[in-house]
Design a protein around this ligand. Structure first.
Ligand code: C2E
Ligand code: MG
Ligand code: MG
Ligand code: MG
Length: 283
């Protein structure tokens, strides 16, 4: 009958919903344990000056190899961390780990001058006081705030503009650089660019990938670059996978570049090696 059929469909739907909830809960439990047992790590992707090729910074990207040895990428577990509140301890750990790593690099390669960039999620910014967290990490590692970049997304600004403004000014007071990540994919009201202390716009990879053969993408990239220039901001292009893209973006006046053309996110020892070579060749 019709009713039996629709009941069956509802049951199937509920079973599927339960399965998803169970999987989420399973991942949440495993992630909580991974944070407690310090089984997360950071990978470091270089960011270079497009004009000179100089190594300027590394973006810290969280990595998780679970108990079964499965490598999990942030896009699969950051949403779970956000929904469960685990983003707060995860985010604190990331800032602290990045600071400890940079302090270690300073010890091994004095005067390297590299910065480190850490991602902040919108939910994390709502739930935690990031400036005191950064201050604590700086104190423990004996670093100054000017070695740090914090990457925010437009969704953080939409969610709670007043709170975000306060946090951003406090981070700026510590000397940190503030970057707007994935720029161009989020909020369309650009008024915030004028009000908030943003130093760098990171042009989202979706505009960079394939831009050389795509007039519309080039137009968007040019518009972002001229907007940034007019507002006195620097720019980073994400997702540079070819020499041609690096050269084109350099000609267009983009400040920094990041992508597989330069390097994939590196494990800490490989990043250290890259920094050692860059520092040696700069002297
Ligand atoms: P994102 O901040 O925009 O980071 C850039 C992402 O692009 C990274 O992915 C990086 O591996 C990837 N990527 C870099 N160059 C290229 C390229 O040339 N081609 C392609 N196809 N991809 C490239 P990943 O590591 O999977 O991170 C994904 C997102 O997860 C990040 O996007 C960031 O939003 C988030 N995330 C990573 N670590 C953290 C963290 O510690 N805290 C928070 N809240 N979010 C994080
Ligand atoms: Mg980022
Ligand atoms: Mg990004
Ligand atoms: Mg992106």
């Amino acid at each position: 009958t019709k009713r039996a059929k629709s009941t069956g469909r509802i049951e199937a739907y509920q079973n599927q919903a339960f399965a998803i909830a169970r999987e989420q809960f399973g991942m949440e439990t495993a992630l909580r344990r991974a944070i407690e047992r310090r089984q997360l790590r950071l990978a470091y992707q270089p960011i270079r000056s497009l004009a000179t090729g100089a190594l300027c910074s590394f973006e810290a990207l969280v990595r998780w190899t679970d108990e079964e040895g499965v490598h999990r990428m942030p896009d699969s577990f950051i949403p779970v961390a956000e929904e469960s509140g685990l983003i707060v301890p995860l985010g604190r750990w990331a800032i602290d780990e990045a600071a400890r790593t940079l302090a270690e690099w300073d010890r091994l390669i004095p005067g390297n001058g590299s910065r480190i960039a850490v991602n902040l999620s919108a939910i994390q910014l709502q739930r935690d006081a990031i400036a005191p967290v950064l201050q604590g990490a700086l104190d423990r590692s004996h670093l100054t705030g000017d070695r740090f970049t914090l990457e925010l997304t437009e969704s953080a600004i939409v969610s709670d503009p007043d709170r975000i403004a306060g946090t951003m000014h406090a981070l700026q007071a510590l000397g940190a650089t503030l970057a707007m990540d994935d720029f161009g994919t989020g909020y369309s009201n650009l008024a915030y660019l004028q009000k908030l202390p943003i130093d760098v716009l990171k042009i989202d990879r979706s505009f960079v990938t394939g831009m050389i053969a795509d007039r519309d993408k080039i137009a968007i990239v040019r518009a972002i670059l001229s907007l940034a220039q007019a507002l006195g901001m620097q720019t980073t292009a994400e997702g540079i996978e070819t020499l041609e893209l690096a050269q084109t973006l350099a000609v267009l006046g983009c400040t920094y570049g990041q992508g597989y053309f330069y390097a994939r996110p590196l494990e800490a020892p490989a990043a250290l090696e890259m920094l050692a070579e860059a520092t040696a060749s700069a002297i």
